[in-house]
Design a protein. Structure first.
Length: 276
């Protein structure tokens, strides 16, 4: 079974960098993984692609070294096992409310005695019925990575209890949804946001767990690392593509080319953490 790059690096107290891919071209997943990113965030909470499509994208990523961190929608516990069987190394669970819900995520992500995940064995993670069942179960439990997202104040208030759940590896603050739900959309420097970060960082440290969040730029990443974060999520393919196309337009406009750009607002407004 393929070992988790993220879990190995975190065990050495090394930071990991995860980027998000929205576009559904397997070549993009293959390219990103071959470039050695620690993880690829596969968002099946918001995007419309099927588990069948996700399986093909995960297969492409296995060419390289990146872990797949797959995010189901809140409450989709039965989908977790299928994501792992398809080749995801980790689960990012959104909108977690309390420790009992986090324990439910562990239950469906881990085999007994740590959980109650069902066995199949015919997927890419075993791989394809080629391992003794006992070895597979042990290695799957050791390598499967669970990140719990906290996205509202009531959940952040229970960060210590959630971090204490056996099998939870990391906490993650979701700054966009947190800011929206708490009434200050897009204000990522808001005092309540900063307090939430400190609460999560303290809870993770107290329970010997890791934590992280999206990072807006290099300076922000350094600040998070200094606060103990080891899982940083940065940018997405659609932003890279837009920024690259804009750069080409800017260069060629200097020699007389003109463009009808209907998307003139910068895609970096969100990623730089500016107040809206």
């Amino acid at each position: 079974m393929r070992a988790s790059r993220i879990k190995h690096k975190l065990s050495q107290d090394e930071p990991v960098l995860i980027t998000q891919l929205h576009l559904l071209d397997p070549s993009l997943f293959e390219l990103t993984s071959l470039m050695g990113f620690d993880g690829i965030w596969m968002d099946m909470e918001h995007h419309t692609y099927s588990l069948e499509t996700a399986t093909q994208l995960m297969r492409a990523a296995r060419i390289g070294s990146s872990d797949i961190l797959a995010r189901p929608a809140n409450g989709e516990f039965m989908r977790i096992g299928r994501m792992l069987e398809a080749g995801a190394q980790g689960i990012m669970y959104p909108r977690c409310s309390n420790a009992a819900e986090a324990a439910e995520v562990v239950k469906w992500s881990k085999f007994a005695p740590l959980g109650k995940r069902g066995f199949d064995g015919s997927g890419a993670d075993m791989p394809y019925c080629t391992m003794p069942v006992s070895d597979y179960v042990q290695q799957a439990n050791e390598n499967t990575f669970i990140t719990i997202q906290l996205e509202e104040q009531s959940a952040v208030d229970q960060a210590e209890e959630i971090a204490a759940v056996p099998g939870v590896d990391a906490l993650m603050l979701g700054p966009a949804d947190f800011s929206i739900l708490e009434g200050f959309p897009g204000q990522f420097n808001h005092p309540q946001m900063q307090t939430a970060i400190e609460t999560i960082a303290t809870a993770a440290a107290n329970q010997g767990k890791h934590w992280g969040m999206p990072t807006f730029n290099l300076e922000h990443a350094q600040q998070l690392l200094q606060r103990g974060a080891r899982m940083l999520y940065h940018m997405a393919d659609i932003i890279f593509v837009k920024n690259g196309l804009e750069q080409m337009q800017q260069q060629f406009s200097q020699i007389g080319f003109t463009f009808e750009n209907q998307l003139k607002d910068s895609a970096t407004h969100y990623t730089q953490g500016k107040k809206s």
